[in-house]
Design a protein around this ligand. Structure first.
Ligand code: P6P
Length: 337
């Protein structure tokens, strides 16, 4: 019987590798893991909404039923506020930053940027959804953190991770020393170490993008799409199209099997749809740490200047060779972008 290692045990064991660390980051990751388990319980009940009551109604316990993304946001904020290791939160669900000014958190070292439940519109059709988080050290020395503390480039991330609520629930994260995955064992309520040192395949046969936007794609994306669809035995083409419409699920699948995910500029999203701070930067950190590549078609995602919390960016992310090929088409056919 192989020894099961829980997320908590793994964090403590890895903590020993960073003698300078006093455990704050370890406790912060633990707090996120606890909130993820609570959110997982509710996401898995979503199919029972008739019994539990639609969002905006009262459930059988007489409690107001929240939309799941609001519920998830509340759970992660509450866990971070009570954990005491985070002084500021930037959330997809909140227009402005959330300062945590309690005695214990005011001088905490870390900032968390989070998309508490990405792809939540897929819940009603039972498709995998995800939480994405990014952790930075505060830039200001002490006192209440401000929005300036969160407007940092992706290269300055201390840690990043995602939770995928799918056929199983997994937490995948990096602290800059590789990527490790943990699968939730509901029978013991623990994330168990299941995917050591995850590696993004250097190439693959899957491309993920919403071809419904084809007409408004940049010429370089159109040309790359046609490249993927042309028959060429030597380079394993035509590739396969796989698009779930849930970023964490699409990227997680591609990290296991190889592939590229693209959300370029479109007519309705002239700057791209996906958010730099709490979607693209954390996923770029994880993908790069696993040996993949993440750019906006020209520039490394993690080098992009961050001016606004909810800033959007085009993203090309996944197997290194596939992203490099897509960038070739962008340079040749859409250099103006
Ligand atoms: P579209 C979900 O709403 C999301 O933010 C990502 O998870 C997903 O990759 C993308 O939007 C899907 O967008 O325009 O293809 O429906």
């Amino acid at each position: 019987m192989t020894k099961v290692m829980t997320l908590g045990q793994f964090i403590i064991e890895r903590q020993a590798e960073f003698p300078y660390a006093k455990g704050e980051l370890s406790r912060l990751l633990r707090d996120i893991g606890i909130a993820a388990k609570i959110v997982n319980r509710e996401v898995n009940k979503a199919g029972l909404v008739d019994i539990l009551g639609e969002a905006g109604t009262m459930n059988v316990q007489g409690e107001a039923v929240k939309k799941l993304d609001v519920y998830a946001n509340d759970q992660f904020i509450s866990a971070l506020q009570s954990g005491g290791e985070c002084c500021l939160i930037a959330s997809e669900e909140n227009e402005d930053v959330i300062q945590i000014n309690s005695e214990v958190s005011r001088n905490a070292k870390y900032i968390v940027a989070i998309d508490p439940l990405d792809g939540s519109s897929n819940i009603d059709v039972n498709v995998a959804v995800g939480t994405i988080f990014s952790i930075y050290r505060r830039k200001t020395e002490s006192g209440p953190c401000t929005k300036e503390d969160v407007l940092q480039k992706g290269v300055d991330q201390v840690a990043a991770g995602y939770i995928i609520y799918g056929s199983s629930t997994m937490l995948v994260y990096t602290t800059g020393h590789g990527v490790n995955g943990f699968t939730l064992d509901p029978s013991i309520g623990e994330f168990c170490f299941s995917h050591p040192n995850m590696q993004f395949p250097k190439s693959g046969k899957m491309y993920s993008l919403n071809e419904g936007n084809y007409v408004h794609f940049p010429e370089g994306v159109k040309k790359y799409l046609k490249y993927c669809q042309v028959e060429d035995k030597e380079t394993n083409r035509p590739y396969t199209s796989r698009y779930i419409g849930s970023m964490v699920a699409d990227i997680h699948r591609n990290m296991i099997k190889g592939g590229i995910f693209i959300y370029p500029t479109t007519a309705s999203s002239p700057k791209g749809k996906l958010r730099l701070v709490y979607e693209c930067n954390p996923l770029a950190f994880i993908v790069e740490q696993a040996g993949g590549r993440a750019t906006n078609g020209f520039t490394r995602i993690m080098d992009l200047n961050v001016k606004e919390i909810h800033q959007r960016t085009p993203i090309f992310i996944g197997s290194e060779e596939m992203v490099l090929k897509a960038e070739e088409f962008m340079r040749e056919f859409s250099p103006e972008l």
